[in-house]
Design a protein around this ligand. Sequence first.
Ligand code: AMP
Length: 370
Amino acid sequence: MAGVVVNTLTALHPGATIGILGGGQLGRMLAIAAARLGYRTIIYDPDANCPAAQLANEHIAATWDDGSALDAFAARCDVVTYEFENVPVATAERIAALVPVRPGVKALAIAQDRLGEKNFIRDRGIATAPFLPVDDEASLDAALADPMASGGAILKTRRLGYDGKGQIRLKPGDDISAAWAQMAGAACILEGFVDFEHEISVVATRGLAGEFRAFDPAHNVHRDGILRTSTVPAPVSDAIVSEAGRIARAIMDGLDYCGTMGVECFVLRNGDVLVNEIAPRVHNSGHWTEAACLISQFEQHIRAVAGLPLGDPVRHSNCVMENLIGEDVDKVPALLEDGDCLVHLYGKAETRPGRKMGHVTRLSPRAEIG
Ligand code: AMP
């Protein structure tokens, strides 16, 4: 095996192999960053046509519970990382018994359950939206009557929700039987509706020895629960920027995290910062870094999991990243004609409504580098 890790503080040598669990666009962009640093990549994803496989050295198309395929994958990798948070914990544990998995299994397990995630964040002294666990119609009824829900609330499945999926907005007096029926028995939480001023995210990286680098927070705008744009700098004070960085660091230190993480936050009108959720992986709201920073979130992640020094996350330009969702991809010829923006497509053959097909980043000069 090339580039054997002698101990966990030894950097992988060029030619070593990084395994990536998940083959979506995030895995694809990680594979590009890994290649630039001289590494080989193997994608593990059940989908034979997944975007990342087009750019990796190898692809193992097997199910998440295929023990022999997982063992064969682990045997060919020097380190394994993941690009989506719903990789089954048992899958990651099986691999971790054979080869280092970075970030660890703990981050995966915490991020897969909204209740555990929120408790973990609160235990670190970090504020979240108010929430109550909901396991049946009676507990939904009680939670909706709680003062935290007086301004409205959002019922969210504890597991497998993303891009606003598995969520229902409710207000006191709504027909809770219908809402609960839609959840089909899934364990949930009810979150009080937060009347935030801005949604921001911090994308940050923690290295193998605990070093920490944060990119500037992005201001995120969602439509239909899907991220539309990330704008940097975010329209928030320096105090909020440093508070967001402090929060990200406290969460990542608490997980003994290795790699890049996205921390989504609500900023209130009084300047308070609440954490909405964490993503234990590179994050859509960090795609702008490939255009506006020397070192992207993807390269930072690869550096971290390979045990290399982290790069400088300084931003040389202001920017707006826009996701190309569904038919937005038809705008690509005009965007290319424009000549003044960075277009990145994910190699997805079929355009579907709500499907992330690519993104485009526009730069503008940064007034001063602080
Ligand atoms: P999530 O899947 O939890 O990231 O939620 C998707 C989007 O719904 C967020 O980016 C917010 O725009 C909105 N949202 C989620 N939770 C809340 C909340 N407690 N209060 C207000 N808006 C929320």
